[in-house]
Design a protein around this ligand. Structure first.
Ligand SMILES: *Cc1c(COP(=O)(O)O)cnc(C)c1O
Length: 364
């Protein structure tokens, strides 16, 4: 007998999630470019709905299935609200999916530089994570299919991926799905779908419609509502029904439900955000690509800049940091020690980032 409560096996092997930094060096105004948040603020319509809901009082439990939001999402995306499940951020939903389908002895697959939450939720469910190598910082369908075993129960794919920004086109996503047994759940994490401009991309809705083993997970965090914590999933009825059974009964607070419903409907704001993001993503990519510095082509609201070595990346981080520009180091949490992830932020900050990083292009 132990002298204290003993956690489930595997939990202590989980490295705690490290969020992007938000503290600036002393004496300078911080610009947070480390968490892929919206540089254009929150949709005014969403903010108004949030405040309106708050002003009505907070003493009553919210409607438990987030129906108001599901109906809005159904209308905007042409989906059946009964096939939608909402979560306290999409991390909430990813956790619920892992808890619903993974167990001790099972395996879940992700690609090498996939989102850092997948290892956490896999271990929390007692299962084993299997990592498939990537090709040039992009998920590799053949490599992912090659590591499938009879113990595989789940495959996680962020598309586009964080922190690389790369994506798989629809044909590759379909090929991945075709290669999986019907008892393996494909989780398509389309957290950055709102920023994609590539014509051959799909967020995954048709895949869900044509299969029983695919779900698509989305979030409002990157389009101006990170503080409200709202994510959603579109999936087959039986999976939505299953996950609803273990979901916390009131997982989404009422102001958040109402704010997100308006955010979904605010096409004008979302379009402006997508266009702003694409313009500055292109500009940053062109401005920073040089012989000594490489920007991985991104479809997200951030770019991954690769330096010749880790020392150069950390010097660049420090130089930005001293000027209040806080970007994301991706060494410890993602295994890319020579990289920095930079969110597309305010125009002035983007120009300053390029000015500072240009100095790191050449030899030190
Ligand atoms: C930001 C992010 C999420 C989740 O965010 P929530 O704030 O929990 O909705 C999920 N997947 C990826 C790949 C992300 O980058």
């Amino acid at each position: 007998m132990s002298d204290r409560p003993v956690p489930r096996p595997g939990l202590l092997t989980i490295a705690p999630y490290v969020p992007g930094r938000s503290q600036a060096a002393p004496g300078v105004a911080p610009v947070k470019l480390s968490a892929n948040e919206s540089p254009l603020g929150t949709s005014p319509r969403a903010l108004h709905a949030f405040n309106q809901a708050v002003s009505e009082g907070l003493e009553i439990y919210p409607e438990g299935t987030s129906k108001h939001l599901r109906v809005a999402l159904g209308e905007v995306n042409g989906l059946d609200p009964d096939q939608i499940l909402c979560g306290n951020g999409s991390d909430d939903i990813l956790h619920l999916l892992a808890q619903s389908f993974l167990d001790v002895g099972h395996e879940a697959i992700m690609s090498r530089y996939g989102f850092s939450v997948y290892p956490i939720i896999t271990a929390a469910a007692g299962a084993t994570l299997v990592v498939a190598e990537e090709t040039d910082y992009t998920a590799d369908v053949d490599a992912m299919l090659a590591v499938v075993t009879e113990r595989t129960k789940m495959v996680f794919l962020a598309n586009p991926n964080n922190p690389t920004g790369t994506y798989l086109p629809a044909t590759e996503l379909e090929r991945l799905h075709r290669g999986l047994r019907p008892d393996i759940l494909l989780v398509i994490d389309s957290a950055y779908a709102d920023f994609v401009t590539a014509g051959d991309y799909t967020a995954g809705i048709e895949l869900v419609d044509n299969a029983r083993n695919v779900v698509m997970v989305r979030t409002f965090s990157k389009i101006g509502l990170a503080a409200a914590r709202v994510g959603w999933m579109y999936g087959p009825r039986e999976i939505v029904d299953l996950v609803n059974r273990i979901r916390s009964p009131f997982n989404l607070n009422r102001p958040a439900q109402y704010a997100a419903a308006e955010a979904a409907r605010d096409i004008e704001f979302n379009t402006r955000l997508r266009e702003y993001n694409a313009d500055w993503r292109d500009w940053l990519t062109q401005s920073l690509n040089s012989n000594e510095m490489r920007v991985v082509p991104s479809q997200g609201n951030f770019i991954l800049v690769l330096f010749p070595d880790a020392a150069r990346a950390s010097a660049a981080f420090q130089a930005l940091y001293q000027q209040g520009l806080i970007v994301r180091e991706v060494g410890d949490s993602y295994g890319i020690p020579n990289g920095l992830r930079i969110s597309i932020g305010p125009e002035d900050a983007m120009r300053r980032v390029v000015g500072i990083l240009k100095d790191f292009g050449g030899r030190p």
